[in-house]
Design a protein around this ligand. Structure first.
Ligand code: MAN
Length: 333
């Protein structure tokens, strides 16, 4: 397999270090005139599916997705992999402190079972108490939903299954309870009425979610006209919860970042929002790549007024950008 993209990392602090949970997207080396990609069968064995590009049943409409005879597939399969850093800039694979096998790396986190047979993507990591909760996109022929796993040591994981069924992604859990309840942002898609909007839900146990409310629509004629979706977990500020989100246009597709400010006690209330993006794909590596014109985030680190936003650029490489939280808040209207 060849790594086509390293993108959209989850971010967290653990054992005195800064960690990224990378999304690694792979496929076989492509032969001329053919399209091939991996899928997992029910036993978790990798299979390679191959199509001839001249086959009229094949629709290569998007570098990320293909359709053959009415069935949709992903062109790459993603798994998650840990790297660590002392300074938040230089990352390498690092042993997770682990009583059972000193010095071993925590292995890749792979898709498992029927709901993840096309892989797992774009993992948000939030720490609540001693436990890290991972919310990620589960992809399979059944659709795209949100999975939850949790861990305390990054060696042993608990599977909580799918918490938001298809079509849903971009799930960011708040790091604190509000009024005795957990809250999460999520992004269902509605193909006919509605669209790709950000919703909020609440839960008593992080597994069962209800009282869903729609809090932010895409906005016609603006940089976030086709879709919006939450980034990492909302950042608590004295003015409210600051949520960095991605917004995209459809034709041509262009992904930018903006922000929402949510009420501290009633987080379903949007107090302010970016009129213009806080970040756009401008550098070469943000404009050209596997899927160009993309800046996309699902993780950040907060240090006082500074937030380092880790982001995927053009679905190919991982970057970081530092912002002042106060400056972002000043831009919101
Ligand atoms: C979707 C997801 C992301 C990806 C963007 C841009 O939102 O597949 O993983 O980064 O599209 O391609």
């Amino acid at each position: 397999m060849k790594i086509e993209c390293l993108l959209n990392p989850g971010v967290f602090r653990f054992d005195g270090k800064i960690w990224l949970l990378l999304r690694v997207a792979e496929r076989p080396e492509q032969k001329p005139g053919m399209t091939s990609f991996p899928v997992l069968d029910e036993q978790g064995t990798l299979e390679i599916v191959e199509f001839d590009n001249s086959d009229p049943q094949l629709d290569l409409f998007d570098p990320r997705v293909i359709s053959y005879a009415g069935q949709d597939y992903l062109t790459t399969m993603s798994h998650l992999r840990l790297v660590a850093s002392e300074d938040g800039i230089h990352f390498r694979e690092h042993a997770v402190p682990h009583t059972a096998c000193a010095g071993c790396f925590s292995g890749p986190i792979l898709g498992q079972g029927d709901l993840e047979s096309y892989g797992i993507e774009d993992c948000r990591v939030v720490q609540i108490g001693e436990t890290y909760y991972l919310t990620f996109t589960q992809v399979s022929p059944h659709g795209v939903g949100v999975g939850l796993r949790s861990t305390r040591d990054w060696v042993n994981f608990r599977q909580h299954g799918m918490i938001f069924p298809p079509h849903n992604k971009d799930c960011a859990i708040f790091a604190e309870k509000i009024g005795g309840r957990y809250y999460a942002l999520h992004r269902p898609s509605s193909p006919v009425l509605g669209g790709n909007y950000i919703w909020i839900a609440e839960s008593l146990d992080l597994e069962h979610w209800g009282n869903h409310r729609c809090i932010a629509h895409s906005r016609k004629g603006m940089w976030d006209s086709a879709r919006v979706g939450a980034g990492g977990d909302p950042i608590r500020t004295p003015q409210g919860w600051l949520e960095i989100y991605h917004g995209a246009t459809a034709n041509p597709a262009r992904y930018c970042l903006g922000a929402l400010l949510l009420d501290l006690d009633e987080p379903w209330k949007v107090l302010a929002r970016s009129k213009d993006p806080i970040m756009e794909p401008l550098a070469d590596y943000e404009q050209v790549g596997f899927f160009g014109n993309v800046v996309f985030t699902n993780g950040h680190l907060v240090d006082g007024d500074e937030v380092t936003i880790y982001y995927g650029a053009s679905d190919s490489v991982i970057c970081g950008a530092r912002f002042s939280i106060a400056e972002i808040l000043e831009t919101l209207r």
